[in-house]
Design a protein. Structure first.
Length: 303
């Protein structure tokens, strides 16, 4: 009787497998999400010590965000297969089975909510649940039905700093709502820039985003401009409510002019290069703005 030889362990295969599961949870986007959650905590509480609570909020949100990313890719695997930039993701490429990705997503989401609840962060857990439902079960299917999905999809993202705020303060106030508004408005020009760059791929996948139906870019440029102006007004509200110092006010003004200029350049002459500039500028604007707000809450003290 022959004894079957054992298959050799392949480190390279194990690394590829680990890389696929890591790709499912989108660590780059997760890091950006944690920046907003942590900012919400620090703006609400400053340096008042409660680092166990802070860690609980960050870990819980990180797990929930990772799970939502996996579930999102389960439901979008067919459209992902039609776009070159996403066709090689683990699910459309067939390297991970949908049932495995679903189990991963549900486990991570559940673990995140349990972590928040274990830290007695009930309001934060409720906001996190709302963000999960909105992102996975409302925004994701609506992307194949209406361009309004962009606005609806901005709501879960705007809830992230509120999760940090609620975890720190166990309540929300005017400052938290302004922070929600800022994150909501920022996402529109940010996403429209991405959608313009990849408009052909979105069209091939049957996804409803404004640039697909706006070949000359006029409406896309107008929407970017409107929401950027509203974004700058929302930033002004932060200072009207007495949360900002003159130092952060000056910094916010400079960031706003920089961002608005990039948007206006695109609006005057829509192009892929100008859309990329809007995208890059948006990635500088938001972290810079949040850093100024955090410095106000922790160091400047309204100077």
């Amino acid at each position: 009787m022959k004894i079957a030889a054992a298959l050799p362990y392949s480190p390279s295969l194990a690394l590829i497998r680990a890389s696929d599961f890591l790709q499912m949870v989108r660590p780059g986007l997760g890091l950006m999400a944690l920046v907003t959650v942590g900012s919400g905590w620090l703006i609400a509480r400053g340096w008042e010590p409660d680092w166990s609570g802070f860690a609980c909020a960050m870990v819980g949100t990180a797990l929930a965000f990772a799970g939502a990313s996996a579930l999102n890719q389960v439901f979008e695997r067919q459209s992902d297969a039609l776009m070159p930039r996403t066709a090689n993701r683990p699910l459309p490429a067939g390297r991970i089975r949908p049932i495995s990705a679903m189990a991963l997503g549900c486990t991570l989401c559940g673990g995140g909510l349990v972590c928040l609840l274990s830290g007695n962060q009930i309001l934060a857990a409720a906001l996190c649940s709302l963000a999960l439902v909105g992102y996975v079960f409302i925004y994701t299917p609506l992307k194949r039905q209406t361009t309004l999905s962009t606005l609806i999809g901005a709501i879960p993202g705007a809830l992230l700093p509120l999760i940090g705020w609620a975890a720190a303060a166990h309540q929300l106030d005017g400052g938290a709502l302004v922070l929600f508004l800022i994150l909501f408005l920022w996402q529109i020009p940010h996403f429209l820039a991405i959608a313009w760059i990849y408009r052909d791929e979105y069209a091939r996948a049957g996804l409803y985003v404004l640039p697909v139906f706006d070949p000359d870019g006029v409406q896309t440029g107008r929407q970017m401009t409107r929401y950027t102006f509203l974004l700058l007004l929302a930033c002004l509200m932060h200072f009207v409510l007495g949360h900002g110092s003159w130092i952060s006010g000056l910094g916010t003004s400079l960031l706003g002019v920089f961002f608005l200029n990039a948007v206006l350049v695109f609006a005057r002459k829509p192009s892929t290069d100008h859309a990329r500039q809007v995208f890059r500028t948006s990635l500088l604007f938001l972290p810079g703005l949040l850093l100024l707000f955090v410095l106000d809450a922790t160091l400047f003290n309204g100077t």
